[in-house]
Design a binder for this molecule. Structure first.
Ligand code: HEM
Length: 457
């Protein structure tokens, strides 16, 4: 930091305790967007008593924190979220430092564009089988619980192509259930991260039980793969052979931590986002019709191919807009190592920083008509006007999501497979409110009645 900057830097504005707490209690996400909006996008401190995080929302400032000066902004185990998350994922890909670097080195090669493109045929076949099972309720006119159906579709596909069927779909669905419990049980600690883990809090017991359920399923699978010395490039075998920075095999704990982390990141993210799509399409029939038109034009009768996914540019724009309004990884907290200046505001060492794509992506300063769903924003001509960090649902910098390419291909496959078979009707046309949890998810269940297209036409 230069002396000139030091002199020019200002103290962060603060949202006072008596203003912050009631608004956060009423509508946490709306309140956070409001605080950033009122600060004109500048860094602002939110006074929650013993916990006073700095909210960083301007795209240039976000870039500074996540990428340009990333070494100063760590996932320190003391900070918001990471302290709780560590109790589930431990040291590994979702942590920091040398252990994280070793895990990233091991896992990143599995998700290159070439590797992921090669998964498309397997994903397409599995998704087609799962979606075909919806024919029965569709013909009977029975509504389906969309969240549950999407979990089954995603788990079926991911267990096959990334976990080599070493975790069965019923086991995967039990893990997903446990993850759901954890994501909401964590909230109590999320808002008071300064309370030591030793001090009991509501949510602790369901959290512990859910971690145990996950371990009961995954640990034996991890152990068996290590004992057998599994070959192959599925996640379990890759982690069974993984080494640290010195070339020594990683221990069982790290293999378990990374397996649990990869299970969570490859499953709940995708179906969480896709649940929102259907009520939104119902509210925007013109968008739904363009999607039907695109799918019918691009996809033939046979399996959907990688090349066809590349041609579905409108669907890609719809998914980008969906992730602008509902970024499942809405919370990217960090802790500062040393003093710094962000966008002209001084931030001390050891401070909690809250970066959130949910906030930036809904700022009126950054996006016109921010709460309106409009996929045209991402048409080739218009998307260029935005800063790289105006839309960052997958984060950025050294911790950028490994699954971005996978997400788009998988989501396109799921949506195209459903649309080519069915018309749909959502029971409650209201767009579900987001629930505040470790990841963003719809508060209410979404029920859908499907109608086979051969019967509809
Ligand atoms: C809509 C889907 C997804 C969204 C919105 C999303 C979002 C994110 C975000 C915001 C981060 C950054 C966290 C941070 O900087 O602290 C992240 C990291 C990560 N994501 Fe995703 N993710 C998605 C799907 C996936 C999938 C399908 C995978 C499967 C490979 C995946 C694997 C990971 C991993 C391993 C990390 C940690 C990377 C690291 O710290 O080095 N994600 N994701």
């Amino acid at each position: 930091m230069s002396t000139v900057q030091e002199v020019a830097a200002r103290k962060a504005g603060t949202v006072a305790f008596h203003r912050a707490v009631p608004r956060l209690a009423r509508d946490p996400l709306g309140a956070l967007v409001g605080f950033a909006e009122q600060a004109g996008g500048e860094v602002v401190r939110v006074n929650l008593g013993a916990f006073r995080p700095f909210l960083v929302s301007d795209p240039a400032d976000v870039q500074h924190v996540l990428r340009d000066n990333a070494a100063n902004y760590t996932r320190d185990g003391k900070g918001m979220l990471w302290r709780s998350v560590k109790r589930l994922f431990g040291e590994g890909i979702l942590a920091e430092g040398q252990v994280w670097a070793a895990s990233r080195n091991t896992l990143q090669p599995l998700f290159t564009a070439r590797k992921v493109d090669a998964l498309v045929d397997g994903l397409a076949a599995s998704i087609d089988e799962s979606v075909a099972r919806l024919d029965e309720p569709a013909r009977a006119g029975t509504p389906v619980d969309l969240g549950a159906e999407l979990s089954t579709i995603v788990c079926g596909a991911i267990m096959r192509v990334l976990f080599a069927d070493k975790v069965t779909v019923p086991e995967a669905l039990r893990i997903v259930n446990a993850q759901n419990t954890i994501a909401t049980a964590i909230v109590f600690r999320l808002v008071v991260p300064f309370v030591p883990n030793g001090v009991p809090m509501p949510g602790d017991r369901p959290f512990r039980d859910a971690v145990q359920q996950i371990d009961d399923i995954l640990l034996p699978i991890v152990r068996a793969a290590r004992e057998r010395g599994d070959e192959g490039d599925d996640i379990i075998s890759t982690l069974a052979r993984a080494v640290d920075a010195q070339g020594r095999p990683i221990d069982e704990r790290q293999a378990r931590n990374d397996t649990v982390a990869m299970f969570a990141t490859t499953t709940e993210t995708t179906f969480g986002v896709l649940t929102w799509l259907w009520p939104i399409l119902q509210a925007h029939p013109e968008v739904a019709e363009r999607l039907y038109e695109e799918v019918d034009r691009v996809v033939g009768d046979g399996p959907i191919t990688r090349a066809q996914l590349g041609e579905m540019t409108y669907m890609k724009a719809v998914l980008e807009e969906l992730l602008r309004l509902y970024p499942v990884g809405w919370l990217i907290p960090r802790v500062t190592v040393a003093d710094d200046v962000v966008g002209g505001t001084r931030i001390p060492a050891g401070a909690d920083i809250l970066v959130s794509p949910y906030i930036t992506q809904r700022l009126a300063k950054v996006w016109e008509r921010p709460s309106e769903f409009d996929p045209e924003r991402f048409s080739a001509a218009r998307s260029e006007r935005h800063h790289r960090y105006a839309h960052y649902p997958f984060g950025g910098g050294p911790h950028v999501c490994l699954g971005q390419h996978l997400f788009y291909l998988e989501a396109q496959l799921i949506v195209a497979t459903i649309l080519r078979r069915f018309r749909f009707q959502v029971a409650d046309p209201a767009i579900p409110e987001p629930q505040v949890a470790a990841s963003l998810r719809p508060k209410a269940k979404v029920e859908l009645t499907l109608q086979p297209r051969d019967a509809a036409s």
